[in-house]
Design a protein around this ligand. Structure first.
Ligand SMILES: Cc1ncc(COP(=O)(O)O)c(C=O)c1O
Length: 399
């Protein structure tokens, strides 16, 4: 693209796209591995990966070949008909976790959360009867922008302009079992939480807190829902982020990285939950279409390979050490390191978005989480040299 064409593309976006995001004024044209390139030929080391989506980076040969092959065969027929790729992906997901027996496919994270909420309500009505409809979520939570998902999302700024939201949601303090216990009651049908909070600032749930949540859900006959939309699929070094805690939920929502950048969401559930959902209770036109699920099977197979996960853990330790060294050097600007694996947060004394822009100027893309947390979400295929390059930029930016 010429400079004039780039300027025109920026202008067209500003003029015709609903401006719900603040975007920089370069235009991204292509990606290769862990790098993005803009129309002026500038290269960016990408520590955002499409907000934790591009686990295998850009231009992965197997992903692109699968897209081409499946697209040539069949893209979509709707859930009125059966196609093989959806069933195959569901089987792989179920076999990846001892607690799940059934999968519902949707098209985004928010839609997976909506499904989880509906299934929890349906289960409670079926098993207990009317009135068991309350849902408990936590401070710092982010579950999406649709009305149900927004109702279990804590941030006032996201909620307030759209109230009234879905009623029946109560909030407890994250990582605080006593607060959850005080908020629990016989009217609660589900507790929803992120094992590692994303948007809310990269806070990691303590194993003891997850165990307490499981015990309280069992005591009150409520379902435990884990939202692994951002933290799942290998990002923290295990396939599912809650694995090390040894606590199993009844329902899990996943999305972002599952289909290599194609839109997907999924709700995984126990047989007990599945038994209460019947034909016609829920639906979607696109969910589980053969193109998306064929690609997702490839991504899931690759990411769940023990050797792949071992490499994620290795590079995560390397990143962890480098971040600790940086935080020690820049104790005046970095207050705290958060997160786990390749999902890390740097809580800063200053503005995270100013730091993000300064890093961008130097060819490193990073995200933010709230006002003061810089968020690193690199592709899972990064190598130590990419970590070194990112730290070199952050060292210059965080002075
Ligand atoms: C934990 C979590 N849940 C749900 C969502 C919503 O996903 P989507 O943006 O695909 O609707 C997100 C998105 O950032 C997320 O991080």
């Amino acid at each position: 693209m010429t400079t004039e064409q780039t300027a025109a593309a920026v202008q067209t976006d500003r003029e015709y796209i609903l401006q719900t995001y603040v975007k920089p004024s370069f235009v991204i044209e292509r990606g290769e591995g862990v790098y993005l390139f803009d129309t002026e030929g500038r290269r960016y080391l990408d520590f955002v990966s499409g907000i934790a989506v591009n686990a295998l980076g850009y231009g992965d040969a197997e992903v692109t070949a699968t897209i081409a092959e499946q697209a040539a065969k069949l893209i979509h027929v709707s859930n009125l008909y059966l196609t093989a790729p959806a069933g195959e992906l569901a089987r792989m997901l179920v076999e990846s976790h001892p607690a799940f027996h059934r999968v519902f496919f949707a098209n985004s994270g928010a839609e997976a959360v909506e499904g989880a909420i509906k299934f929890a309500r349906r289960y409670a009505r079926d098993r207990v009867g009317e009135g068991k409809t309350a849902i408990i979520a936590f401070d710092g939570s982010f579950h999406g922008r649709t009305m149900g998902a927004l109702a279990v999302t804590a941030r006032e700024k996201y909620r307030e302009p759209f109230e009234p939201l879905m009623p029946g949601v109560r909030f407890a303090a994250f990582n605080d079992a006593a607060s959850l216990e005080a908020t629990m009651g016989p009217d609660v049908c589900a507790v929803i939480l992120e094992p590692v909070q994303g948007e809310g600032g990269l806070r990691v749930a303590d194993p003891a807190f997850l165990r307490a949540a499981r015990a309280l859900c069992d005591q009150y006959g409520a379902l435990l829902i884990f939202d692994e939309i951002q933290c799942g699929m290998g990002r923290t070094g295990t396939l599912w982020a809650h694995e090390p805690a040894g606590v199993y939920p009844d329902i899990m929502t996943i999305a972002k990285p599952l289909a290599g950048g194609l839109p997907i969401g999924a709700v995984l559930m126990s047989q007990a939950v599945a038994d209460t959902i019947h034909v016609g209770d829920h639906g979607t036109t696109f969910g589980g279409n053969p193109l998306v699920t064929a690609v997702a099977s490839v991504v899931l197979r690759r990411v769940s390979d023990p050797a792949f996960l071992a490499r994620v853990r290795e590079v995560s330790s390397y990143l962890d050490e480098a971040l600790h060294d940086l935080a020690a050097e820049r104790a005046d600007t970095i207050i705290e390191l958060r997160g786990r694996g390749l999902m890390r947060g740097l809580r800063l004394t200053g503005s995270a978005s100013a730091a993000r822009e300064a890093a961008q100027e130097r060819g490193l893309l990073v995200a933010t989480a709230g006002e003061d947390v810089l968020r690193l979400l690199p592709p899972l295929i990064i190598e130590p040299r990419h970590v070194d390059d990112s730290i070199a930029v952050l060292r210059r930016v965080l002075k």
